[in-house]
Design a protein around this ligand. Sequence first.
Ligand code: HAM
Length: 446
Amino acid sequence: MSEGAGKAHEKRKIQAIKGVRDILPPETALWNRVEQTAHEVFATYGFGEIRLPIFETTELFARSIGADTDVVSKEMYTFATGYDPHSLEESIPGRTITLRPEATASVCRAYIEHGMHTLPGNVKLYYMGPMFRRERPQKGRYRQFYQIGAEVLSHSGDLKDDARVDAEVIEMLTTFFEKAGLEGTALYLNSIGCKECRPKYVELLRAALAKVKDKLGPDSQRRIETNPLRVLDSKLESEQAIIEKLPRIAEHLCPDCLEEYTEVKKQLAMRGISYTQNFRLVRGLDYYMRTTFEITAPGLGSQNAVCGGGRYDGLVELLGGPPTKGIGFAIGTDRVILSLQDMRKLPVERALEVYVAWMGEKNYPAAVKIARRLRDAGLAVELPPGEMKFGKALGLADKLGARYALIIGDDEVASGQFTVKRLEDGEQKKLGERELVAYLKAGEAP
Ligand code: HAM
């Protein structure tokens, strides 16, 4: 490469990859508030935070989510490592790692790995962080997106207990959305049966779909064979009336599934939580059984699901652990933020309280000292690194939204009396260091 070409290359603007994005202040303040709400609400329900790896062996996701699902077959970011990720030495061709597309599988893996089944009572864990799926990017759908999720794993209890756990998890979710300030959410509920009754229902559905095959689009026609449940997910306008007439799983549940579903609805009603039953809610991941749910929020267009979840008894066993029941959910944080922004629930960013307008190089050490003293007292302080003319400094203080300008010049340093100017009305005071802190702190109060 010639030198000139090299230079051109250096100067080319490097942009973020399609489908991923930066989250900037002041929006990050809103993210922090939402995440803090989750930490607080989940703790009141006895959940502890688990921090999980961002990547895992591909096999973990393939086995839990299901090799034929869209997530595993089309959307995962998978890399060849060139080494055995478990030993770091032996090179095993074909062993790959994957950026996590979700975290339920990782929670189950960690539960087994740390022998959590020996812990007393139900194991209640929550997590937050980025997930990765190679989906077509659009509003509310990204390739790196964020989830706040929670899981309850239990090794004892009957159907009634399970239903109570399901309802409590949903209660926790509704509390979270309420405290986060999200309005207009709707809860959709379904039961998708179990190993006993679902295959029979799938056959029934397949037969019903075969009868109307000609009226379906090519995707649904294909799914009659591959995965008839996914036809229920179809958004195609021409298929809606047909789907409405298809057999519904809730009417074909086995006695145990019916008992649990009935009890979940009773438990939700007892807790005053309203819901809509939606027989089309089949979810896109293979590990689900019985209770499934989704929550939608306004202001999001077609990607309006802000939360999805359900029961996954047997997943831990599938991953080599002891028989374990599971229920959980994941909230799409990006979508919660979009909906809050749509409702104009904007972030309350920490306002700048004091701008230190210092003048004269020799007075800089005094400015550093006072800035540190004010910050110690909990005030938000801006200390410009370079000297500025008085007028320019005040102009910048104003633009930055500072409440006060603290003026430090020769006179102030010599006398130990600092001039404070309230920018709102121009009121000025001369104060010693101690009164200064008290005055500025008092100014914080409304
Ligand atoms: P999921 O329905 O695949 O479930 O995702 C949960 C939520 O994550 C969705 O409702 C949506 O808000 C958000 N989400 C998913 N994909 C994207 C994307 N590409 N861009 C932005 N947001 C997205 C799960 O992941 C399960 N692990 C939930 C669960 C936990 N079930 C039981 N325990």
